[in-house]
Design a protein around this ligand. Structure first.
Ligand code: AMP
Length: 402
């Protein structure tokens, strides 16, 4: 079976053609500068997951339709193609940012699904319109092909009201659906499911914390395989400080800055989303590798940025262990979580009282599935590489073969 996985952003579109059962990727790539000019980068992947061919093409992409058409055309290209005809593509799975409180799981794209994605645009104003455009463009280019929407928020819909409600007047919840939604749900679901398999115990006996730490970062508390709480909120701006996002701040800061610097709330939020976090504290970079290099050279701001990140994540781990009433398993995933052993050690330092003990030797692991805690650690600490595309492909296959 071959599933085309699409992750459409406002001016970019990532894709992978993959087998949902083996996880084999046949081709992947990226359309950039949609609505500006347009560039396609396409890679053909072999069975060892190595890139065997790479092609970059400048193609006019005034809309997502041209981007999708360029993807479909290179997938069947004589030299760079990986299928003879699009009939070999069984279905298309789309990453959709915001499913609001309407979607607790992935769904086949039909009129009701498209309408619901549209209704969630006020909650996901940057991503949902692009996600919908990706769906409509695929529909137009491959009429009749089954499509599935996989929501970033869905995994978190099992949170109880005490975790998802904000203590603000009820009408904002009832009329405007303002509540905690959480994001990276596809990753949290993939990684927690895998951790439960690896722990070899029933989900009902396991309390987990998943730390998805990348350019964007979020944590989730999972019991009985279900999300109980998560650090992102109505939007992905909430939670720990991130690459360029502030994470949790006192909301009064927004009013203060707007008044003093004559900024609109939306300008202020752009600053909090794009110019804050590690980038602003270090004054150098949002990339954790650059921060590490800076700290090594004695740059105190780079060291402080890393310290603030570790401290923010540590506080969430402590609070989620309390919320869950115990902890069996802590999982690190995503770019930083999978690769940055120093950061993992910094986060776990001082958490021995919770039963978290890292083995420095095992903690040198990068990008592979492995236990990094000591034999006598009460909590099993894992590195588990995330694979959101595979999760999307698996959901798509499951729904389309029902
Ligand atoms: P993601 O958003 O999951 O792609 O993660 C991106 C972040 O992962 C960037 O800040 C990178 O600095 C970080 N990252 C990727 N590889 C490494 C590595 N080998 N060591 C430290 N950080 C890394």
């Amino acid at each position: 079976m071959k599933i085309l996985v699409i992750n459409a952003g406002s001016s970019s579109l990532k894709y992978q053609l993959m087998d949902p059962y083996s996880g084999r990727v046949y081709a992947k790539g990226l359309c950039e500068r949609i609505g500006i000019d347009g560039r396609l980068t396409h890679k053909v992947i072999d069975e060892n997951d190595e890139t065997v061919l790479k092609e970059t093409r400048e193609i006019a992409m005034p809309t997502h339709s041209e981007a999708i058409e360029s993807v479909l055309s290179i997938l069947v290209d004589e030299k760079f193609g990986v299928v003879k005809s699009l009939d070999e593509v069984d279905a298309v799975g789309h990453r959709v940012l915001h499913g609001g409180d309407k979607f607790i799981e992935s769904c086949i794209v039909d009129d009701a699904c498209k309408k619901a994605i549209e209704e969630c645009i006020p909650l996901g104003p940057l991503h949902n319109p692009a996600n919908l455009k990706g769906i409509l463009a695929c529909e137009a280019a491959m009429p009749g092909k089954k499509q599935v929407a996989v929501f970033d928020t869905a995994f978190h819909m099992t949170m109880p009201p005490k975790a998802y409600r904000y203590a603000i007047p009820k009408e904002f919840y009832e009329k405007d659906h303002i509540r905690r939604y959480g994001f990276h749900g596809t990753s949290h679901r993939f990684v927690s499911k895998r951790a439960i398999e690896l722990m070899g115990k029933p989900a009902s006996e396991l309390k987990l914390i998943v730390a998805h730490l990348g350019n964007g970062s979020s944590l989730s508390a999972v019991a009985d395989g279900k999300c109980q709480d998560t650090s992102m909120g109505l939007s992905p701006l909430a939670g720990v400080p991130m690459g360029t996002r502030s994470g949790d701040i006192d909301p009064c800061i927004v009013e203060f800055i707007c008044n003093k610097y004559n900024m609109s709330p939306s300008e202020c939020l752009t600053m909090l989303n794009k110019k804050s976090g590690m980038l602003s504290v270090s004054g150098k970079s949002s990339d954790f590798r650059d921060l590490e290099a800076g700290a090594k050279e004695g740059n105190e701001d780079c060291a402080l940025a890393r310290e603030m990140f570790a401290y923010g994540v540590k506080k969430y781990i402590g609070s989620y262990a309390a919320a869950l009433g115990g902890l069996d398993c802590l999982v690190f995933t995503a770019g930083v979580g999978e690769n940055d052993g120093k950061m993992r050690a910094q986060i776990c330092e001082g958490l021995e009282f919770l039963g978290i003990k890292i083995d420095p030797e095992k903690n040198t692991v990068r990008g592979e599935e492995r236990i990094i805690s000591t034999e006598d650690s009460k909590v099993t600490v894992w590195v588990i590489p995330t694979n959101e595309e595979l999760m999307i492909a698996q959901d798509t296959a499951e729904l389309c073969t029902k």
